[in-house]
Design a protein around this ligand. Sequence first.
Ligand SMILES: NC(=O)C1=CN([C@@H]2O[C@H](COP(=O)(O)OP(=O)(O)OC[C@H]3O[C@@H](n4cnc5c(N)ncnc54)[C@H](OP(=O)(O)O)[C@@H]3O)[C@@H](O)[C@H]2O)C=CC1
Ligand SMILES: O=C(O)C1=N[C@H](C(=O)O)C[C@H](O)C1
Length: 264
Amino acid sequence: MPIKLAIHGAAGRMGRRVVALASQDKQIQIVAALESAGSHFLGHDAGLVAGGEKLGVSLSVVGESAADVVIDFSVPDAGIAIVDHCLQSKKPLVIATTGFEPDQKEFIAAAAEQIPIVFAPSMSTAVNLVMKLTEIAGKVLKDYPSGVDVEIIERHHRFKEDAPSGTALKFGEIVAEAMGLTDHVHGREGRTGKRTPQEIGYHAVRTGDNPGEHTIVFGMLGETIELRVAASNRDCYAQGAILAAKWLVGRPAGMYGMKEVLGL
Ligand SMILES: NC(=O)C1=CN([C@@H]2O[C@H](COP(=O)(O)OP(=O)(O)OC[C@H]3O[C@@H](n4cnc5c(N)ncnc54)[C@H](OP(=O)(O)O)[C@@H]3O)[C@@H](O)[C@H]2O)C=CC1
Ligand SMILES: O=C(O)C1=N[C@H](C(=O)O)C[C@H](O)C1
């Protein structure tokens, strides 16, 4: 039996790619395509909105559905509303939305005590592999004699609403943990003084239609390492979210990441 999938934020840039790819997947049946109450796509066929063939599933607001699992690519407040809905209906949820406030993240963590949740700022296999490489590099370079300056540069499309990206923040957490660094510095301006060894620097570039690019710079005296991962389109995220949804069905309640989904 195919897994019954609901997609929240289904008319967005990511939601459309999830609809397009999931509708080609024989292991998946899309049963709901969800949008905000104000969306002008309500009532339109989700497959046509995604640029493909008619699916027979109309864009609708959140409500009762036969879904076995939900994928969320929306905005933080709507993300919290779908967490609440999944809690009430006891449905597994893949949260791909970024930009949550600390209290919203606490709500998600509490929800994961009752339902299974995959919560990851990047669903891409390549990005998650580079996270692993970053952890290795951080641990190896932790006590490097000349000191190591870690800076995280991310580039995204002009429409992105949160900065730095959720993925950049996750890279920063990994570096902080691996190297024992404590200071997160967002951009620099004016007479900042010398860089301190405790800093992790973040730089968010917004240009054109870039679907997402991250570079982790490990700067030493005499040599530099850069780990770079760049998407050329959004399908890496959409495929990862579909993989996570399939993996999540039947799991016990808990908070999972792509690390667990991918076995990294
Ligand atoms: N984890 C990952 O791998 C990735 C995560 N992301 C994250 O996913 C999120 C979405 O990105 P993207 O698709 O580019 O953004 P879009 O703005 O294109 O899509 C968001 C969608 O959510 C809809 N939405 C807004 N409010 C609600 C609501 N109350 N209920 C249901 N739907 C709602 C929007 O509708 P409307 O336009 O009508 O407001 C829109 O269709 C962002 O947080 C982004 O950072 C993106 C790529 C990869
Ligand atoms: O908004 C985007 O586009 C992306 N957002 C995610 C993030 O904030 O990390 C993931 C990806 O980089 C694309």
